[in-house]
Design a protein around this ligand. Structure first.
Ligand code: ACO
Length: 401
């Protein structure tokens, strides 16, 4: 629905478009999305093909630099990342300052911001070399911070990566390696993780990406812009939905598995409850990522021999919603977050790390969007408003109020 108002402000005509539902903020050559037809493409390549045939690092390169890398380019990119994979030991003191109960998204956002202090050069991106170095640095260090955020919660020692492994396998090892235990490779787990990261890698001008671009438009630097993006992603209406979905499914299970009761709650306008993982600002037909993830959830749980009642509840809710007039009329379909949490859970990732995993996947997209914004010399983002407050009032001293 178009809900744009054009009003006369004090300095000319201003368009009000709550939630920017119909406002384009930029031109972009990164991600194509057709919400009516359920099409998603990165740099022209379909999400279905990329999820099936590419790996996450290739997709990161594609999103950031515009083309799929050849073997040499990919190897050089990976080597540059490996060479930057250390994180200053002082960063551990910052992590130490957080209680174990801290939400890992807050920890991650803070640590990403703190990285600037240890990499002051990351703010200067005037030359293409400087920009490339910043990009490689964050792609290298961010997974270490992700692993640290989780290990701290689990009381595990903080570790670094293993340069002999692929990008995603190394992330998995950093997260799950136990002291005095050999790390065991599991292809099913790594492939599932790789696929999930690809599916989350970019989604044009969503809330967190717009945040990265707008913060970056003040030339605040890549790491600071990313830190803001992480905070934007945290909310339950955005990336935080994957955690909220799982908590909702667990609550339904604990309550006896009555999906109809929760469907009724979601439709009840006097109740603020929403069916988490349903609906999308842009997809009004289906979310192509949800289709891929649903299939992946079946495969991964099957391969790992896990029989999860939560998956059955999710499928039940989806079936009911697809036949329900309320959901059909409002074009509310499962989104990317509906099934992703079930896979994360089967991989042994704690629930409050789900949105962190989303951030890990979205990192290349944020970087690509930030780089595009800087290379296009976009002006500082600065929306206008219509002032609706008090007119001029003379000041009254505190003793006369
Ligand atoms: N459950 C029940 N009703 C819903 C849901 C839901 N999940 N989502 C939307 N609706 C209803 C609204 O109440 C509204 O009904 P009305 O027209 O009778 O008032 C109508 O559908 C339109 O909803 P809006 O909130 O106006 O749609 P908007 O485009 O602003 O919001 C959003 C999209 C935020 C994704 C919303 O669908 C939602 O809250 N979903 C649940 C949270 C979620 O899964 N977020 C993840 C999104 S994907 C991502 O960020 C990766």
């Amino acid at each position: 629905a178009i809900d744009i108002k054009t009003l006369r402000g004090t300095s000319g005509i201003v368009t009000i478009d709550p939630g920017y539902k119909n406002t384009g903020s930029c031109e972009s050559a990164i991600t194509f999305l057709d919400g009516e037809k359920g099409i998603l493409r990165y740099r022209g390549y379909s999400i279905e093909e990329l999820a099936e045939k590419a790996d996450f690092l290739e997709v990161a390169y594609l999103l950031i630099f515009g083309e799929l890398p050849n073997k040499e380019q990919l190897a050089a990119f990976h080597l540059d990342i490996k060479n930057e994979s250390h994180v200053d030991e002082e960063m551990k003191k910052i992590l130490d300052g957080f209680p174990k109960s801290a939400h890992p998204m807050g920890v991650l956002s803070s640590l990403t911001s703190a990285l600037v202090a240890f990499n002051p050069g990351s703010v200067d991106v005037a030359s293409s070399d400087a920009m490339y170095n910043s990009i490689v640095r964050i792609l290298a260090k961010f997974p270490v911070l992700v692993a640290w955020a989780m290990r701290k919660k689990m009381g595990l020692p903080l570790d670094y990566g293993d340069d002999s492994l692929g990008y995603v396998e190394n992330i998995h090892k950093m997260m799950f390696k136990r002291p005095n235990q050999e790390y065991k490779r599991n292809r099913v787990v790594i492939d599932a993780l790789d696929k999930l990261l690809i599916l989350h890698a970019d989604h044009e001008q969503n809330c967190s990406t717009s945040t990265v671009r707008i913060v970056g438009s003040s030339h605040a630097g890549l790491f600071a812009s990313l830190s803001a993006g992480i905070s934007a992603l945290w909310g339950p209406l955005h990336g935080g939905a994957n955690q909220a979905v799982l908590e909702m499914l667990e609550a339904i299970e604990a309550d006896g598995g009555d999906t109809k009761k929760y469907m009724a709650k979601a439709k009840d306008k006097s109740d603020s409850f929403r069916l988490m993982g349903f609906g999308h600002r842009v997809y009004k037909n289906f979310d192509p990522r949800a289709k891929i993830i649903k299939k992946a959830a079946d495969e991964v749980l099957g391969d790992l021999g896990i029989n999860d009642p939560i998956l059955d509840i999710a499928k039940g809710l989806e079936k009911e919603a697809l036949e329900d007039e309320y959901f059909v009329k409002r074009k509310l379909y499962p989104n990317v977050d509906f099934y992703s949490g079930i896979i994360y859970r089967s991989l042994g990732i704690p629930t409050d790390m789900f949105t962190v995993m989303f951030a890990l996947g979205r990192l290349p997209g944020w970087i690509a969007q930030w780089r595009e914004m800087r290379l296009r010399n976009e002006p500082i983002g600065r929306p206008r408003q219509i002032y609706v407050g008090e007119n001029y009032r003379p000041f009254v001293g505190v003793d006369k109020r």
